[in-house]
Ligand binder design. Structure first.
Ligand SMILES: Nc1ncnc2c1ncn2[C@@H]1O[C@H](COP(=O)(O)OP(=O)(O)OP(=O)(O)O)[C@@H](O)[C@H]1O
Length: 470
């Protein structure tokens, strides 16, 4: 029995055009392709569809590669660049011309426009009428002088082209609906749908997992593959991710770059978990690791309808991942962010200890870095904060607390006792001491437990910061 795409080792691909950054919609499509290959021990191929020379830029390419790397979606083969494969496409076009599965068409653009106008006027769907299509017994006019022809694919005129979409179910299109589309322009450059076919064929793709904005291309691509005698891969057309406004996210409309989520302090693992749940589910599981996702992932549980992006849910997941994250890992992430702000993170304060105090109180790495910055950089509370909290009675209490702190053993229990003794001495309640103390040592009125904060700051720093206000 001949091998089928379903019986061969899985090969999937992600094929972005470098005409802008990688956005959440494209990233979700990339994730599903990647996960399917990983799930089945196959290969994930990265292909850069850079034939739109006017819109493709090196910066966009770099942004896509950065986004993929940050999300941990490593490719096994590639990146392959379509612009480097031009000779191969032209070869296949020559072969098709020789085999008669493609033919030159000399119809001028104005002529085609006129034809379409007439068709529209008659209430017909505008389409090429096959006037240069060779048929048995048909006599073609002599090619006009000096006109470079386009090359058209000889699409079957009868029957249907059908596939069992792994997400959408069976799809059938009558061949009569499809005209002979152009596979090479007059200047010889191959067109998008043709390059994709040759690539999927040459790269041995078994599962084309892509956005359903491509579903209309599929019947044409299948017909060309069949004309080439190539194996037709299986197709899975994923629903579109819609933005908050309910329209398709695209580079040209409303989408933010994946790397914006890095800038905004999201953990890639949280973004991956979020993307995994966009239009796919495994029972009611919400929080799961990348590894777990790969083990569970299948195409049967993908919702065919569009999925809407929801920032609140992403934020919630990010907070879950921050809470669970390892302190040393978070400390390193925060150190990088502080360095980018030109704040020296190496000041003797243990970043690990600070992140442990804050990781279940913040929504993202930037907020965590803000908190750590209070410990490692100079703090300058706003004058109104000082005015409100560092009143005369508060300063008197802080002065006697300072004397105790100069001598006390530096651990949480002893620090808590020193604060209690100060409260008793001045007949104050906990917040009347703790809040001015927070303002004096960290510049803000709200912090985690103050004894823990003092312990992490260290005696020298606490005394110096108190002295500035006394
Ligand atoms: N909003 C989206 N939701 C899901 N998949 C998407 C979305 N936008 C693009 N894709 C898929 O991502 C892959 C790469 O697409 P591509 O690089 O053409 O991005 P694009 O944003 O559609 O570009 P453009 O804005 O130029 O149309 C394709 O498989 C495409 O179907």
């Amino acid at each position: 029995m001949p091998a089928t795409p379903a019986s061969r080792p899985v090969r999937t691909r992600f094929a972005p055009s470098p005409t802008g950054y990688l956005h959440i919609g494209g990233a979700r499509t990339a994730l599903f392709s990647w996960a399917y290959a990983r799930r089945h021990g196959g290969a994930f191929i990265l292909r850069i569809e850079d034939t739109d020379v006017a819109r493709s830029t090196p910066a966009a390419l770099q942004a896509i590669l950065d986004g993929m790397r940050w999300l941990g979606l490593a490719h096994d083969e590639g990146p392959f660049y379509q612009m480097q494969r031009m000779e191969r496409y032209k070869d296949v076009i020559r072969q098709m011309l020789a085999a008669g599965t493609a033919y030159p068409c000399y119809m001028a653009a104005e002529e085609l426009d006129r034809l379409r106008e007439e068709q529209r006027a008659r209430g017909e769907k505008p389409r090429y009428d096959g006037r240069w299509r060779p048929e048995a017994g048909k006599i073609l006019p002599p090619p006009p002088e000096g006109v470079q022809p386009v090359v058209r694919f000889r699409n079957p005129t009868t029957g249907v082209v059908a596939w069992d979409d792994l997400v959408k179910g069976r799809i059938e299109i009558g061949n009569a609906e499809l005209d002979d589309f152009i596979i090479a322009r007059a200047d010889g450059t191959p067109t998008y749908n043709f390059c994709v076919v040759v690539d999927d064929w040459d790269m041995g793709i078994t599962h084309v997992i892509r956005g359903d904005d491509h579903v209309n291309n599929t019947p044409r691509q299948i017909n060309v593959l069949q004309a080439l005698g190539a194996e037709v891969p299986l197709y899975a057309h994923l629903s579109m991710i819609l933005g908050d406004d309910g329209t398709k996210l695209s580079k040209r409309h409303g989408a933010v770059s994946v790397m914006q989520y890095f800038d905004d302090g999201y953990l890639p693992e949280a973004v991956i978990n979020y993307l995994a749940r966009l239009g796919w589910s495994h029972g009611d599981a919400e929080v799961f690791s990348r590894q777990q996702f790969v083990e569970w992932f299948d195409l049967d549980h993908i919702t065919p309808s569009a999925a809407q992006f929801n920032t609140e849910k992403l934020n919630w997941l990010n907070a879950q991942y921050l809470k669970k994250a390892d302190d040393a890992f978070l400390a390193a992430e925060v150190a990088n962010r502080l360095a980018r702000r030109e704040v020296d993170p190496e000041t003797g304060v243990s970043l690990e200890a600070v992140v442990a105090l804050y990781k279940d109180r913040v929504a993202n790495l930037n907020e965590l870095a803000d908190a750590v910055e209070l410990f490692v950089a100079e703090v300058h509370p706003a004058p109104e904060v000082i005015g409100q909290h560092l009143t005369e009675p508060a300063r008197a209490a802080l002065a006697s607390l300072r004397r105790r702190l100069a001598e006390v053993a530096w651990d949480k229990a002893a620090l808590a006792q020193a604060i209690k003794d100060t409260m008793a001495e001045h007949s104050l309640k906990m917040p009347q001491v703790a809040i001015p103390l927070r303002v004096a040592v960290l510049g803000v009125a709200q912090t985690p437990a103050i004894d823990a904060v003092l312990e992490v700051l260290g005696r020298e720093r606490v005394l110096a910061r108190l002295d500035r206000h006394l």
